[in-house]
Write a protein that binds this ligand. Sequence first.
Ligand code: PHE
Length: 338
Amino acid sequence: MISELQQLEKDALAELDTAKTEDQFLSIKTKYLGRKGLLTGILRNIAKVSDDEKPLIGKLCNEIKNSLSVKIDEAIQQQARQKKEEIILKEKIDVTLPGSSVKCGRIHPINQICREICSVFSSFGFSVVEGPEIELDYYNFEALNIPKDHPARDMQDTFYIEENIVLRTHTSPVQVRVMEKFRPPLRILSPGKVYRRDSDVSHTPMFHQIEGLLVDKNVTFGDLKGILTSFLKKIFGEVTVLRFRPSFFPFTEPSAEVDIRCVMCGGSGCRVCGQSGWLEILGSGMVDPAVFRNVNYDSEEYSGFAFGLGLERMAMLKYGISDIRLFFENDIRFLKQF
Ligand code: PHE
């Protein structure tokens, strides 16, 4: 019986040697050590053994059982480790490589300046509103006192969708839409895209404007000057020098173009300011009574001012950018600088 047990151990070890999968290891365990396994089978004949030998056989039996059991478990663990290593090798995971960093996006310079301007005017009590980019001729021109055939239409080379539908050429139509809906007092700011058939280093067919409108009782040109002066000093610095130059817009009367002393040359004249020492920054004026009439505001009771500015131009001057097209080329090397 002793030799039978020794043979059983030998057989089991030999089988273990050739086995590869976890299933195979487990079935060896069942075959030899299981409740109906070969070891139990041998032990069934213990009755035939002399009483002297019984303890010896019992001990040997336990030893074989324990050592086989440990070996099989080890084989299972070893196999699992190996499988894991193979997967790692196959997937080429090199845990010593430095991780790839997450690239962080940035706010586009146009949106940066837009947010900056909106926040300055929010502090003056203005609310931000938006209007449609595809606009009726009525709001883009007619209601702003620019009738068909008016020469002022020539200043804004327009994309027509249909005879009476255009891509808005400025943000001023939002003035009319807001006044149609709300009664004074009003303080609104309206940023957005506008479109003109124009393309060179300082013009793109799509660009951005911000419109401002304030309507209340007793609003004067002094209020316009005060608010625009505070605003431009906040954006370009306290030392900024301003100039209000008489101008013409059909929807404001009187109208003024606002210039700042050139931020590049300080006024001595350079390429950026065309040797004039001044930079044109925005258009503005007191709302024309004709516009108030179109929205049923009583121009005897209310007065107001409006202004419009180009965001690309502001950003170009603030950041010293020479070609407007850079804003829309989506070149990461350019955008990363802001
Ligand atoms: N809408 C005008 C433009 O695009 C600017 C402007 C707005 C002027 C409001 C006066 C008042 O040129």
